[in-house]
Design a protein around this ligand. Structure first.
Ligand code: GDP
Ligand code: MN
Length: 393
């Protein structure tokens, strides 16, 4: 689950990270209220709150010097469609903005903590040269990216934090407060990563001001969905408006669904079979529209919800149903297809492969339904048929 910057800053502040919080607005009245809470002097920064990075380069972060300028920029950014390298060409609508006092920057550092799945341990990725060009730096100067694994039980150790701090802010005077403050801030990021079961904590830029303050100027936190049950209070931070509407709908129906960008809708039971189905579609030159595991205990309602989701998706040009009935009964699946096709017209080709429990009854139901469904007698044949059916669409 991704969080907005302003939410991430609240969580980081609670684990001892120094942040500038500002005030959030989502409509013109909110802008006025937010401005009233800021220091009157300025300058300030207006920041789009969307679940995507690269806002600075996309015009979603703007400095304002006067109050009038602040109001104008806030109104311009709120409601704009922000297109960054992380949003896709269609962009995302800005529904919330953060207004915050600006601060002077002497130095920008990059730091993130994420899960290194290969090593099975959290990994700190950091660079003394942070800021908006970090992706380019990683590509052209990989030696400037520091990496440090964390112990999964103990978290960041003070000696690791000190070592990182000296490498991230080199050349500080012996009496500079920066290394100690930076080390403390890094410890706070680690505490946040562990406390909230985060999958990502990223601060870019982490700044050193001319007066030697160390502040997390930006904050990105993603929470591990599989651990959210341990943090019911964090569920309130979910912003469904920012999430893929198809995935939101699927989650409401209790479906295990991930949207992809192909045109073959997949309805499969079992995560392994679903993965294999997508692989085979790809192998035969097609592109899956989604991952969907209806699960072993799929009932009529979940089947209906699954078909409605796929049939209602204009991107879907064909549907492949691949069911191996173990616990789930093939006749129930077939009935789900028929019921859904009655509610949402079946305007695209559908190939169905049913095997296992009650497969015979299932196939008979489909054959007599009058629906334009192509049966397939095997997994390979089924994928070949659907790839062929959507070719050129
Ligand atoms: P991102 O592009 O989505 O990562 O958004 P950031 O919050 O990182 O902002 C982009 C850039 O705007 C930062 O790298 C800073 O250079 C600049 N910026 C953000 N806040 C301030 C601020 O308070 N003062 C100044 N001078 N620059 C800021
Ligand atoms: Mn940033």
């Amino acid at each position: 689950m991704k969080l907005h910057e302003y939410q991430a800053k609240d969580l980081l502040e609670a684990t001892g990270v120094r942040v500038l919080k500002g005030a959030v607005a989502s409509d013109p009245a909110g802008i006025e209220a937010a401005i009233a809470t800021l220091s009157p002097g300025g300058p300030w920064v207006v920041k789009a709150q969307v679940h995507a990075g690269g806002r600075g380069k996309a015009g979603g972060v703007k400095l304002a010097k006067t109050r009038e300028d602040l109001r104008e920029k806030a109104r311009a950014i709120l409601g704009m469609t922000l297109v960054s390298n992380q949003t896709g060409p269609q962009g995302v609508k800005v529904r919330k903005i953060l207004l915050v006092e600006a601060c002077d920057i002497a130095h920008e550092i990059y730091v993130s903590i994420l899960m290194d799945r290969k090593e099975g341990r959290p990994l700190v990725v950091a660079s003394a040269e942070g800021g908006m060009e970090i992706e380019e730096l990683a590509a052209t100067h990989p030696e400037k990216i520091l990496k440090e694994h964390l112990d999964p039980l103990a978290g960041m150790q003070p000696h690791q934090a000190r070592d990182l701090a000296y490498r991230l802010a080199p050349g500080e005077a012996p009496d500079s407060p920066v290394p100690a403050a930076l080390a403390e801030l890094l410890m706070g990021l680690s505490r946040a990563f562990f406390k909230y079961d985060a999958s990502l904590v990223e601060v870019n830029p982490l700044i050193i001001t001319p007066s030697k303050d160390v502040i997390a100027l930006d904050a990105k936190v993603a929470l591990e969905d599989n651990a959210l049950f341990r943090h019911p209070e964090l569920e309130a931070l979910r912003d469904v408006a920012e999430e893929n509407p198809k995935e939101v709908k699927a989650a409401e129906a209790g479906l295990n669904y991930i949207a992809l960008d192909g045109n073959i809708g997949c309805l499969v039971n079992g995560a392994g079979l679903a993965m294999a189905t997508m692989d085979l579609i790809k192998l035969h030159g097609g592109a899956p529209n989604n991952f969907l595991d209806v699960g072993g205990g799929a009932n009529k309602d979940t089947m209906l919800a699954a078909f409605k989701l796929l049939l209602g998706d204009p991107q879907v040009k064909g549907i492949l149903v691949n069911i191996f009935g173990g616990i789930v009964r093939c006749d129930l699946v077939a009935q789900g297809v028929i019921d859904a096709a009655k509610e949402v017209s079946l305007a695209v080709p559908m190939v169905v492969r049913l095997e296992g429990t009650n497969a015979e009854q299932g196939r008979a139901l489909l054959a007599t339904s009058g629906l334009p469904i192509t049966p397939a007698a095997g997994f390979n044949e089924a994928t070949l048929k659907i790839v062929e059916a959507v070719r050129g669409k």
